[in-house]
Design a protein around this ligand. Structure first.
Ligand SMILES: [Fe+2]
Ligand SMILES: [Fe+2]
Length: 152
């Protein structure tokens, strides 16, 4: 299960505020894995509930950042959050009803995979946008293809 923990470390996005939030989520997630390792269903449920709660707060924080800066793909990003919330609630429900053995794959593979992909795509472009706006640059410039990768 030690391997699983390594897989749960979410990628850094080179922004201290966003990294701090993701690190906090990682900590809560490790509590879920610890409970799995200890084969303690009640602890797993409690830890997952805590993770879901802190995750919702994190999503809300990101939503505010995007709203404040007029992020153009706001709806896409928040829709992805909504999918994750549904996935997490589903896993929690199945743990309660069927026991966590049935949900181990989701917990140690599917969920961290979603977070890694999400952070590397949605979060990263949102962070770039927020940083550009806060530094007074034209956010539209983010969506132009940089000259160095143009094929000319
Ligand atoms: Fe995030
Ligand atoms: Fe996000």
């Amino acid at each position: 299960m030690e391997m699983a923990k390594q897989k749960l470390n979410f990628p850094s996005v080179d922004d201290p505020l966003w990294d701090e939030q993701h690190n906090m989520l990682t900590e809560h997630y490790h509590d879920v894995v610890d409970a799995l390792e200890a084969n303690d269903q009640n602890k797993a449920v409690a830890a997952l509930e805590k993770f879901i709660e802190s995750n919702s707060l994190h999503f809300e924080w990101e939503k505010l950042q995007m709203e404040d800066t007029g992020f153009p793909f706001f709806r896409l990003h928040t829709a992805d959050h909504h999918l994750a919330e549904l996935m997490l609630e589903g896993v929690l429900e199945r743990i309660v009803n069927q026991g966590f053995e049935s949900q181990k794959k989701s917990l140690v593979e599917d969920i961290p995979e979603w977070f890694k992909n999400h952070i590397d795509t949605m979060d990263r472009i949102s962070i770039n946008h927020v940083a550009q706006v806060h530094h007074g640059a034209d956010p539209q410039s983010l969506w132009r293809i940089p000259p160095e990768i143009k094929n000319e």
